[in-house]
Design a protein around this ligand. Structure first.
Ligand code: NAI
Length: 405
């Protein structure tokens, strides 16, 4: 017998810069809006069978949407999301993104399989490989690795848990950050990471697990000739180096680049390609908890309002795959990395951003001087709030529980 209806009112709840509530139908609308964006740009040749690790939100979800609805590919996604439990815990946005992406893809005649579990484990890798062999046509031609995770269990020692930290390396850094819950600008000091913390962050956010995935997929014989794989890095402007590029996350991204070279050797014989895309700064669950980064974002977004170069994840990833990965219009740097972040890094933009950052104060950050309104709206939209086209004010918990990922 099915559960009886329980209507739950929908409202935004934040704890600092972490969302504590979700609007499931807003998430559905956000997925549909992203699909419409890609469809309006039209079809382009690319992958036919893709696996996205971290495909439930932001960059990974956008990659999945352009791959499915731009390239026409069947997709598998692995993500780690929570289903609805009770009135207080309606699940995570990524859970609903998976549900509604699958619904839309299937309606369009595409396969869209969701695995919900820890991508770092052997168990999930075995399940995915088995699915590719038995049900997905035997091979994949694209692997997107878009994981942002707080921890990883050492695959060789289950008693050891590596935790990623977002800290500077060497010296402490002081700057201003934004609290989205309180709508406040506050001063923040980030203490430098210990050596053990740097190492742990590399284990979690570097490319080790990406390598393991490719090695396992290759060993299983499920990689097609011409297979491509890609991971998203970040460099950003000098003003963010102390807490990103030269901090623990930057160390992990360097490790991921080293992994891309190792992966390239593994897939040379199938004419494969291992790519790093240095991506732009966007508002995501992972990026809003980076110290001081939100302040940079509100300055950047304001300047981009004038230059017309602001991009959300779907705009950025659609351009990446359409123009660069498959389109023959690649911007590549001296290290062979794809640089769709060139728009963000333009000198004229960064000069103005640096200037604006010096003018932002606790009194004026929440005004037209900055891009705070856009930043906050994008954050709320990640959880289904303030999404154009979604105006539900309550949901039926029993109906949510019946949704299949
Ligand atoms: P996000 O937090 O929106 O998405 C992370 C994804 O990883 C989700 O699908 C989540 O379910 C999945 N995930 C987390 N732990 C997992 C686990 N143990 N097993 C399986 N899936 C797991 O993060 P975002 O911002 O989209 O980041 C994706 C990648 O893009 C990261 O590598 C990040 O460093 C990179 N990037 C992000 C930028 C930004 O400004 N947000 C800029 C440049 C790169």
């Amino acid at each position: 017998m099915s559960e009886t209806s329980t209507m739950v009112p929908l409202s935004e709840k934040l704890q600092g810069n972490v969302a504590r509530s979700v609007n499931p139908y807003g998430c559905r609308q956000a997925v549909l809006n992203q699909i419409a964006y890609v469809q309006a740009k039209g079809h382009y040749a690319g992958a036919k069978k893709a696996l996205i690790i971290g495909g439930s939100s932001s960059y990974g979800l956008a990659s999945r949407i352009t791959t499915a609805f731009g390239q026409g590919a069947d997709t598998i996604s692995v993500s780690y999301e929570r289903p609805p439990r009770d009135e207080k815990m309606l699940g995570t946005a990524g859970w609903y993104n998976n549900v509604f992406f699958r619904e839309a893809a299937e309606k369009a005649g595409l396969i869209a399989k969701n695995f919900n579990g820890d991508a770092f484990t052997q168990d999930i890798k075995d399940q995915v490989i088995d699915y590719i062999k038995t049900t997905f046509g035997g091979q994949i031609d694209l692997l997107v690795y878009s994981v942002a995770a707080p921890k990883r269990i050492n695959p060789d020692n289950p008693d050891e848990v590596w935790r990623s930290v977002i800290k500077s390396v060497g010296e402490s850094v002081t700057g201003e950050n934004i609290d989205l819950e309180k709508n406040e600008l506050f001063e923040q000091t980030v203490e430098p990471a210990s050596e053990a913390e740097v190492t742990a962050t590399k284990h979690v956010m570097g490319g080790e697990d990406w390598e393991i995935w490719v090695n396992e997929l290759k060993k299983a014989g499920v990689l097609a000739e011409g297979f491509k794989t890609i991971l998203y890095s970040y460099i950003g402007p000098k003003s963010t180096y102390a807490f990103y590029h030269e901090g623990t996350l930057g160390a992990a991204k360097d490790a991921a680049e080293a992994s891309s070279h190792k992966i390239q050797k593994v897939i040379n014989d199938i004419n494969g390609e291992a790519l790093i895309s240095v991506s732009r700064a966007v508002t995501t669950k992972a990026s809003v908890v980076i110290p001081i980064f939100p302040l940079y974002c509100i300055a950047l977004y304001k300047i981009e309002e004038k230059t017309g170069t602001h991009e959300t994840p779907i705009m950025h990833k659609d351009r990446l795959f359409r123009d660069m990965v498959y389109g023959g219009r690649r911007a590549v740097d001296e290290s062979g990395r794809l640089r769709p972040d060139a728009w963000e890094q333009r000198n004229d933009i960064q000069d103005q951003v640096a200037d604006l950052m010096t003018k932002i104060t606790p009194e004026n950050f929440n005004s037209d001087l900055t891009g705070y309104a856009e930043f906050r709206r994008e954050f709320l939209q990640l959880n289904g709030f303030e999404v154009p086209g979604a105006d539900e004010t309550e949901v039926d918990l029993a109906a949510l529980k019946r949704l299949e990922p």
